[in-house]
Design a protein around this ligand. Structure first.
Ligand code: HEM
Length: 121
């Protein structure tokens, strides 16, 4: 039976499984590989800090994610795939209130991010 997201270990599993899918996706991997290059360990740690702050209130992530995305050559298809893979990962691994909250937070941030960075197509 799938459990809810409760611990830092759960966050790590979520983040690592999600970015394995991102790296296997043709459309998204091009963007990530260009920026992340061989710094995946550091990016994955940042993303664990981000999700642990959102879901477990650890307060480790104190940056502003919007500015980093402004310079990326992304359109609504990139965001659509990102959200699809994120929701798929959550549904494969977890079930419960925090899992539902994670899906909603991700979709909401993706929506706002597209407005902030001016995605028009
Ligand atoms: C089209 C979809 C997306 C793409 C291609 C993308 C790509 C990237 C890339 C390449 C970076 C590294 C930036 C850098 O180090 O300069 C990054 C960082 C980050 N992304 Fe995304 N991203 C996407 C959507 C999202 C969404 C929807 C969220 C939140 C739910 C998110 C949260 C973050 C965070 C927190 C960071 C770390 C920023 C920092 O260094 O503080 N991303 N993303």
């Amino acid at each position: 039976m799938r459990e809810d997201i409760r611990t830092e270990e759960d966050i790590k599993q979520l983040v690592h499984t999600f970015y394995d899918k991102v790296r296997a996706d043709d459309r998204l991997s091009v963007i990530f590989n260009e920026v992340i290059k061989d710094n995946w360990d550091s990016h994955l740690q940042t993303m664990c800090d981000f999700w642990s702050t959102l879901l477990l209130y650890s307060g480790r992530y104190r940056n502003d994610p919007m500015s980093k995305h402004k310079v990326l050559p992304v359109d609504s298809a990139h965001f659509g795939k990102w959200i699809e893979l994120f929701q798929e990962t959550i549904d494969e691994l977890f079930s419960g209130e925090a899992a539902d909250a994670a899906k909603k937070r991700a979709a909401n941030i993706a929506r706002v991010m597209q407005t902030v960075i001016g995605v028009t197509k």
